[in-house]
Design a protein around this ligand. Structure first.
Ligand SMILES: CC(C)(COP(=O)(O)OP(=O)(O)OC[C@H]1O[C@@H](n2cnc3c(N)ncnc32)[C@H](O)[C@@H]1OP(=O)(O)O)[C@@H](O)C(=O)NCCC(=O)NCCS
Length: 163
């Protein structure tokens, strides 16, 4: 690959486990994705917690590792709960979220999960499409669960996947 084409080449992303070294990138992507951002320290705590399974979409960009997305779950076999899941807004719609979720659920299953739970805003069409496709089903609705940046309340759907 020439220098110019390598400069403009789109990075390929590999789904792999991530640790505390990704805390700052997770903090940045989380702030771009949610109204109430989690801090770097929040992520350091989660990413060093033995019960938390964390996967990232990692690519090479100009010789520097780039995190395009991440997903974190708490694993307490036989249950697991997805805690947070986000893809860089600039990289959405390219299949990264689907790949992350697929690999992550396989990792949870390997770790002993038989049921995976999550909460999702009921108007979050992109996330709901992904969860539905993987086999998650709605098992409940929690009124006023989320607070938006503008102060509005929104219901969450509780979903569960049987493995
Ligand atoms: C949800 C999220 C992680 C998806 O990541 P992504 O990389 O864009 O997902 P993908 O590219 O793999 O798309 C997955 C599917 O969702 C669909 N989708 C994407 N955006 C959509 C939208 N706005 N409405 C409906 N479906 C949508 C895609 O069409 C795709 O299905 P397809 O393969 O049939 O086309 C991403 O949108 C995100 O980070 N959102 C903000 C944070 C968030 O809401 N996290 C989930 C909390 S529960």
């Amino acid at each position: 690959m020439s220098l110019i084409s390598s400069f403009f080449a789109k990075p390929r992303f590999v789904i792999q486990p991530i640790g505390a070294e990704s805390s700052e990138d997770c903090e940045r992507l989380h702030a771009l994705s949610f109204a109430f951002p989690w801090t770097k320290i929040d992520f350091e705590n989660l990413l060093t917690d033995a019960n938390v399974i964390a996967d990232g979409a990692v690519g090479e960009r100009r010789r520097k590792a780039e995190l395009a997305g991440f997903i974190l779950s708490r694993l307490t076999p036989p249950d697991a709960e997805i805690l947070t899941f986000a893809v860089d807004p600039l990289r959405r719609g390219a299949g990264i979220g689907k790949k992350l979720l697929d690999v992550h659920v396989t990792n949870l299953e390997r770790g002993g999960a038989r049921l995976v739970f999550l909460e999702c805003g009921e108007d979050n069409a992109a996330a709901l499409a992904l969860y539905n496709r993987l086999g998650f089903v709605i098992i409940g609705r929690r009124e006023n669960y989320y607070l938006s940046a503008s102060g509005e309340r929104q219901a969450a759907l509780t979903m569960r996947l049987e493995l």
